[in-house]
Design a protein around this ligand. Structure first.
Ligand code: C5P
Length: 265
């Protein structure tokens, strides 16, 4: 392959800055989550609900996002036998997420079962919507994979899990297996995004956390990049938590990030 034929690392989709921004609802209670959703529903593309909030609040949190007209990323990271993951995927789809995820380390059969279950449940959802007679049509949920958790070091991968492939090869390898199984993308750090983009091409969604605008602190994140650098490095969407949720003016913080994503800052 000639060098000029290689896909570039930065393969931005035609998304607005708002569509690229996912806010992490990392709060433990429904009232706190509702306050964030109310304030930010018009400003951001999606709300990420993780295991902490979901385990505390159940599907009430999905309903709160949907009722506010927001889009939901359920960061449930499924990893179980294929039949169980398929059942979980069906249940999630009926709650209308825009995006949800699983662990690629669950294997090919699990990922294939998840894709089939997502597709089957979406058909049921569409029929249900048609029977109910209109309203906003449901959006087909995008299913993405976690490759290797960024908390897992190269040493832990080799010594604890006895995985012989080096971490920097394991991540794009698992991303390409996920793609072969029909998944739509991955969650990946900014450092991993370009190798995944090269392995999986421009149509594969890359969602990147660990983002810090130049005006905010790092908190406990060790390897951070700015919104603009994440997109330049190959990310399609970014996950931002504390720089928005802990800001004095959360709407202003979200707007500043959207402006940066659109090259207006
Ligand atoms: O507050 P902050 O912007 O650091 O939040 C980032 C969000 O992205 C959190 O919900 C965190 O759990 C999640 N995340 C991450 N790094 C990963 C995977 C997920 O920060 N590798």
């Amino acid at each position: 392959m000639q060098k000029q034929d290689l896909p570039t690392a930065a393969a931005p989709r035609a998304l607005s800055g708002k569509d690229r921004l996912i806010v992490a609802l990392d709060v433990p209670t429904m009232p706190e989550a509702r306050a964030l959703i109310k304030e930010l529903a018009g400003e951001v593309g999606m709300f990420k609900v993780g295991l902490e909030l979901f385990t505390a609040c159940g599907i009430e949190i999905f309903e709160a996002v949907n009722e506010a007209g927001g889009r939901l990323f359920f960061d449930g990271k499924f990893h179980d036998i294929p039949n169980t993951v398929a059942g979980a995927c069906k249940a999630v789809v009926m709650n209308k997420p825009a995006l949800f995820n699983l662990h690629a380390l669950g294997g090919r059969r699990m990922m294939q079962a998840a894709v089939a279950a997502r597709d089957e449940a979406f058909e049921v959802l569409k029929e249900k919507h048609a029977r109910a007679g209109g309203g906003r049509p449901p959006e087909k949920p995008t299913l993405i994979a976690v490759t290797v958790l960024t908390s897992m070091s190269a040493q832990a991968l080799a010594e604890d899990l006895k995985i012989s492939l080096p971490l920097d090869q394991m991540v794009p390898y698992l991303a390409s297996v996920a793609q072969e199984c029909g998944l739509d993308g991955v969650v990946a750090s900014a450092q991993e995004a370009s190798s995944i983009r090269l392995a999986c091409g421009p149509g594969f969604l890359i969602v990147t956390p660990g983002i810090r605008p130049s005006w905010s602190g790092a908190d406990d994140q060790a390897r951070i990049v700015t919104p603009q650098d994440a997109i330049a490095g190959g990310a399609d969407m970014i996950v931002v938590g504390r720089p928005i949720t802990k800001a004095k003016d959360r709407v202003e913080a979200a707007r500043k990030i959207v402006a940066e994503l659109e090259g207006r800052a």
